[in-house]
Structures are given as structure tokens and as C-alpha cells.
Write a protein that binds this ligand. Structure first.
Ligand code: NAD
Length: 498
């Protein structure tokens, strides 16, 4: 059985205590054991980071960026290997796993611009003989805690700007799929990153608490479910750390009567069921405006959902989505599906009983499409994080907008319409962080920022884009006046005979 340890001080370190099982979700088999760090292992990594960081910060930003350039080459070289390892532990299809790596890689590319992003501001002659300038300086030792659903992308969203800014970074990945983060740190060291600047400490709550209580760590990034995001934000802030914590979601897509219904149905199928619905930007609620729109939408949607192919990633491009991550996740999803039926939602498509031939022990859940869901049902209020799409019928645009506005989560949302005025009004008024207009999953590109509102985000600075360089640096502002010097006494015109 493979033993996955930690990566500390440029080497693989075996765990010294508890472990967790790492499953292959397609087969249900345990394929590895991952070490769960305690305080001593975390503190050791912090010591190493603190010793390595000053020299890295003193390395000029162009040289730091060159390490990231080389890292991009290595990511592309090893793309297939990374995707395979990712799919084997997560269950998503290989093309989707490559997308996971790619969306992280794009943030690394953005961070290659670090010399530009870290430039300060300068005011010449702010007063007589006075100049004022600001510089952005690294925080020191930083840390991040990441979820299972994007084991390549989200770690890269954190560590690329952190190390480009001159920090050391300690990553605590999800214990469900720890292999890809271990591969990423090795690739970065192959690209020339000094040891100790990026380290991986695997673990669970014990390792997380050790991060939150360590005095040397200056900042904590978190992505995961909302209750843990709130806990980490509070404890990190109480301990004087800078924190940005991203939580769960319930993303609504409004379908106006004038929308192209084929386009809307295609968008919903991809956004609702891709990666088995295990995306924080998945659309989990469709809100058609008017009964006629709802009937037309369901008529287009149902056959598409029925036709979805579910299977292991090893089946190649034949499969639309794979299993969910664990048996516990499957049970939770099936429980919520049952609660929807009990509460009177209409299961137009019900794949909850499906099993995949030859993979009966895999954690597969077939696609489920509910119609006539109402806002009091658990399947509406809770994040299901599975292949379940709920249709809530709204009588008019204002009611549809109100649904998205009143939900406690505010990560992403979308409107499908041909009407510019409705789209513009929606984008302006909705209290959600990322909005799509005829785009179902509006994940901003690397040079913009990513972040939700309401219970989907605790903190103020978003991930990637310019915010990332703000999050991982402190501003220092210098006011300088130089008293008059030798120039006052100097003679600068050519001496001439009077
Ligand atoms: P999770 O909250 O269970 O775990 C996330 C991380 O927190 C993991 O590293 C885990 O080890 C750690 N953790 C778990 N329980 C903990 C505890 N009690 N104390 C301290 N640390 C703990 O989330 P998950 O199941 O890995 O990921 C799915 C969730 O992440 C969904 O809610 C999804 O919406 C959310 N997510 C949000 C975003 C976003 O950007 N908003 C992106 C991706 C995923």
C-alpha cells in the first residue's frame, strides 16, 4: 500500500502517527494511506520555511518569476501524469482533470508578471524636497488549506502568488486527494525553487489547528465548506493573521422567456452535472421565469440529463462525469435526494439508484433533475455537491432575482436571455460575487479576481488577479526628505575670466 507522507525541507518525510485512507472513488478501493500531521511536524515545516524565506525574498523578482516560467514548462510536460493521478484519487474525467491543472497553470502564468505586480507607487516632490513612495514586501511564512475538488488548481491559486511575492508557503491539501500537491512541489523544486519555500504538510483538523495557532505564520488562505471557512477565519483573525476563506455555494441560473432554450439546456447540463456537481461554481438551481419557460426548459433538459454517461475516468472521453469523492459524500447526496422526494419535489430524472457495471463498489450517483422545488426544501437551502439540479419556477424576473439574492450563499450566478436590459439589471443588482451573462460558470480568468459574497467568502481580498499580490504582501510607505547637500556648494557653470 502506498504511503503518502509530507514534503518538508526538500524531501519526502514519512508520517509519524495517524493516517487516513485515500480511495479510488471509481472502484471504492483504498489505494494509499496519507499521513496526518500533528503539531510537531507542522512546527518543523514552519522552522524550515522561516529559515529559507529571507534569501528567497532577497532574490530579485525576475529570478523568482523565472522559476515559475520553468514550472509552467514542467506542468505541460507532465500534464498527462498529473491528470491521471488526479482522476485516480478524485474521480473526475481525464479532460476535466487536465482542466483542473490548466486553470492553476494560468494563475502561475499570471504570477510570472510578479516584477510588474510588485512595483510600488512613487510621488515626486510631495513637498519641498520630499518624495513619497510605497513598496510591497513579502509577509514571511504563509499557509493555505485546500479542498478535495480542485487538488491542482486551488493549491496553485494560493502558492503561485505567495512565492512569486517572496514568501514561503506551507500547503495543507485535502486528505482525500493528496498526490497531486506532492507532485506539484517536486516539479517546482525541479524548476529551481529553493527547498523550504514550498512545503506540503498533509493532515486534517489537527494540522489545520497547528497552522492557525502558529505565531510565525502570517497569513492563512482557505477554500472549502462554509462552516470550516467561518471557523478558520475567526481563529486565524483572533490570532492576528491575515485570512481569506472561501466557502460553499448554491449557484442560481435564471432563464428568461426569451432565452435560446437549447443553449440554456446545454449550459445547464454541463454546469450542473460536470465533475458530478462537485464544483463550487456548479449551477445547482435553475430558475426559469414563467411556467411556459419552465415547461419548455424541462422538455429540453430531461432528455439531455437522461443521456448523460456516468463511469470511471479510465473509460476515456466516453464518460460525462465520474463518481463522487467518498462513500460518505454519496450517502449524504442520496439522503438529500430522498428528502427532496419526501418534500414533494418532482424527480423528472432520477439516477439515484444507478450503478456502473463492473464498478459496483464505486461511489457513483447518477444524474437527478428535480422540478417544482420550493425555497423551504433542504435540497434548495443546502449545498448538495452532487449531480443534482433543482428547478425552482419563478413567476417573474423580480421573483427570480429575489431567489438568488435571498440565498445565504453568493458565489456565482448566471442569467440566460437575449435582452441586454434584463442582463444589465441583473448583473448590477444581484448580491453575488461572480455573474455570467449567457455564461453558466463565470469563473474569472487568472488576471481578474475570484471570490463570492455572503456566506461564500470571509475576508476582503479575492483569489488570483491583482488581489492575490495584495493579500501576500504588506505595503510600506516611505516619506523621504534629503537636506541640501553638496550640490548647493558646487559650481556647475564653466569658469570664465571676468
Ligand atoms: P471541507 O471544508 O470538508 O475541507 C476543506 C479543507 O478543510 C480540507 O483541507 C480539510 O482537511 C479541512 N478540514 C475539514 N474539516 C476540518 C475541521 N473540522 N477543522 C479544520 N479543518 C478542516 O471541504 P471539501 O469537502 O474538501 O470541499 C468541498 C467544499 O469546498 C464545498 O463546500 C465547495 O463549495 C467548497 N469550495 C469552495 C470554493 C470557493 O472558491 N468558494 C472552491 C472549491 C470548493
Amino acid at each position: 500500500m502506498e504511503q503518502i507522507g509530507h514534503w518538508i525541507d526538500g524531501a519526502k518525510v514519512a508520517g509519524s502517527g495517524r493516517t487516513a485512507d485515500v480511495f479510488n472513488p471509481s472502484t471504492g478501493e483504498i489505494q494509499a494511506k496519507v499521513a496526518l500531521a500533528g503539531k510537531a511536524e507542522l512546527d518543523r515545516a514552519v522552522e524550515v520555511a522561516a529559515a529559507a524565506q529571507p534569501a528567497w525574498e532577497a532574490t530579485n523578482p525576475q529570478r523568482r518569476a523565472r522559476v515559475l516560467m520553468k514550472f509552467v514548462d514542467l506542468l505541460n510536460r507532465d500534464m498527462d501524469k498529473l491528470a491521471e493521478a488526479l482522476s485516480r484519487e478524485h474521480g473526475k474525467t481525464l479532460p476535466d482533470a487536465k482542466g483542473d491543472v490548466q486553470r492553476g497553470l494560468e494563475v502561475v502564468e499570471f504570477c510570472i508578471g510578479a516584477p510588474h505586480h510588485l512595483k510600488g507607487e512613487f510621488t515626486d516632490s510631495a513637498g519641498p524636497g520630499i518624495d513619497m513612495y510605497s513598496m510591497r514586501q513579502a509577509l514571511g511564512v504563509t499557509a493555505g488549506i485546500t479542498p478535495f475538488n480542485f487538488p491542482a488548481m486551488i493549491p496553485m491559486w494560493m502558492f503561485a502568488p505567495a512565492i512569486a511575492s517572496g514568501n514561503a508557503f506551507i500547503l495543507k491539501p485535502s486528505e482525500r486527494d493528496p498526490s497531486v500537491p506532492m507532485m506539484l512541489v517536486k516539479l517546482l523544486e525541479e524548476a529551481g525553487l529553493p527547498k523550504g519555500i514550498l512545503q506540503v504538510v498533509n493532515g486534517d483538523k489537527e494540522a489545520v489547528d497547528a497552522i492557525l495557532d502558529n505565531d510565525v505564520i502570517q497569513s492563512v488562505g482557505f477554500v472549502g465548506s462554509t462552516p470550516i471557512a467561518a471557523y478558520i477565519y475567526e481563529r486565524a483573525s483572533a490570532n492576528g493573521k491575515r485570512a481569506q476563506c472561501f466557502g460553499g455555494a448554491k449557484n442560481h441560473m435564471i432563464i428568461m422567456p426569451d432565452a435560446d432554450m437549447d443553449q440554456a439546456a446545454d449550459a445547464l447540463v454541463g454546469a450542473g452535472y460536470g465533475a458530478a456537481g462537485e464544483r463550487c461554481m456548479a449551477i445547482s438551481v435553475a430558475v426559469p421565469v414563467g411556467d411556459d419557460t419552465a415547461d419548455r426548459l424541462i422538455a429540453k433538459l430531461a432528455p439531455r440529463v437522461e443521456a448523460l454517461k456516468v463511469g470511471p475516468y479510465t473509460s476515456g472521453e466516453d464518460v460525462d462525469f465520474g463518481p463522487v469523492v467518498t462513500a460518505a459524500a454519496k450517502q449524504n447526496i442520496l439522503g438529500l435526494i430522498q428528502s427532496g422526494k419526501d418534500a414533494g419535489a418532482e424527480a423528472v430524472v432520477d439516477g439515484s439508484e444507478m450503478s456502473v457495471q463492473g464498478y459496483e463498489d464505486g461511489f457513483f450517483v447518477g444524474p437527478v433533475l428535480f422540478d417544482r422545488v420550493t425555497p423551504d426544501m433542504d435540497i434548495y437551502t443546502k449545498e448538495i455537491f452532487g449531480p443534482v439540479l433543482s428547478c425552482v419556477r419563478a413567476k417573474d424576473y423580480e421573483e427570480a432575482l429575489g431567489l438568488a439574492m435571498d440565498h445565504e450563499y453568493g458565489n456565482g450566478t448566471a442569467i440566460f436571455t437575449r435582452d441586454g436590459d434584463a442582463a444589465r439589471d441583473f448583473a448590477k443588482r444581484v448580491n453575488v460575487g461572480m455573474v455570467g451573462v449567457n455564461v453558466p460558470i463565470p469563473v474569472p480568468l487568472a488576471y481578474h479576481t475570484f471570490g463570492g459574497w455572503k456566506k461564500s467568502m470571509f475576508g476582503d481580498l479575492n483569489q488570483h488577479g491583482p488581489d492575490a499580490f495584495k493579500f501576500y504582501t504588506r505595503t510600506k510607505t516611505v516619506t523621504a526628505r534629503w537636506p541640501s547637500g553638496i550640490k548647493e556648494g558646487g559650481e556647475f557653470s564653466i569658469p570664465v575670466m571676468e
